[in-house]
Design a protein around this ligand. Sequence first.
Ligand code: EPZ
Length: 430
Amino acid sequence: MEHIIISGNKPLKGRVDISGAKNAAVAIIPATLCAGGVHTIENLPQIEDVRNYITVLESMGASCEFLDDHTMRVDARNVSSTVNMPENLKGMRASYYLIGSLLGRFKKAVVPMPGGCNFGSRPIDQHIKGFEALGAEVIQEHGSIFVTAERLVGTKIYLDVASVGATINIMMAAVYAEGETILENCAKEPHIVDCANFLNMCGANIKGAGTGVMRITGVTPTDMKDRDYTIIPDQIEAGTYMIAAAVTGGEVTVRRVIPKHMEALSAKLQEMGCDVFAGDDWIKVRGKEELKPTTVTTLYYPGFPTDLQPQMTALLTQGNGTSYVTETVFENRFQYIDQLARLGAKVKIEGRMAVIEGQARLTGADVTATDLRAGACLVVAALAAEGNTQISNVHYIDRGYENLEEKLTALGANIRRISDGEPPLVALEA
Ligand code: EPZ
């Protein structure tokens, strides 16, 4: 088991290059199976979720060759439609994309039920509703999902929930469906647009990605071509570093970002009194001694992203007044509050709303990450806390953050990773 030790209360200063988007990568990698052929994917983040997905693809017969640390060539010409997921990967949440991808290409798929995080149930009923609407039979038994279809025929599908996963999954299942599929009330996240762009570059016919209505006109596998594609930057990684700059009163420039993807957070940081400057592909955040309290409500894109909610809650403990965070996307995404309290935060949960007392004095302690973004929240709080914080369950953080220690060290943070059994920590602080 590995842990991260942070000696906090130091302003972060400097520039950090943002990696490719995790949630685009875990959609585009399975989308190569839908497209078939041989594709080169650039700007892949070196994170656990990507490494795991590659293991799964190779277990299905795809060959994945890294041309450099962030560029991979995938040969998806000969893959099976049955996923024999390695036992240790059965918890992978984004494995559900294999269903839509394989159903689209092969009209059948056998995929283990996807895992989840611990912030509420994460059903896939909307995914299944879309597959069935296209003409597939879906059976869930023995921990796997079996989908088959004689034909896939385009139709109109209305999503009850603007689900990111369901939007991408149904989009892939419809790539080769006969006629036109209209997907209404769909999600608009940047990674949905990125996955649609990749498929369109290969030869698919997907219109309206990034709006609430998508139209997919079926093509044939012979229409599809081998392509090179570059993944967009990770808006959540970028947001995490922007929040870290604000909470430490530092000045950080996140580079290789798309400022438009960050607008909800940039606006909130400005509301709190931070200076936020943006260029074509960079954003500079200058934290302030005095941070104003504010109110945050998570919404689907372009609203405030739920994946930045925990990190924002950590920041709001430093506001000079009470702040309120309402989580509307997931039923219970405040599980991390107990761990945040161990660092000194004072947060009360009222239904879907967190009431955050400001000016909390944060001091280092031993804490445990309970999921990916809960871990990011604890990193943000530890960077502001006086003294040393030890964060366990670092594997959660490794799922979504490439080179976390290196990037934070370059910004002036005192951070290091230790394994179980290493000698007790000599205080990081000089
Ligand atoms: C994606 O999860 C992301 N994961 C999540 O990021 C992100 O939090 C979420 O979208 C929202 O933006 C990946 O892209 C791999 P949803 P997903 O389907 O697709 C309900 C991270 O930290 N719902 O948009 O699972 C669901 O219960 C991760 O990077 C249904 O009811 O999210 C939830 O309340 C965490 N039925 C809401 O919709 C369904 O069939 C949003 O879920 C599907 C979803």
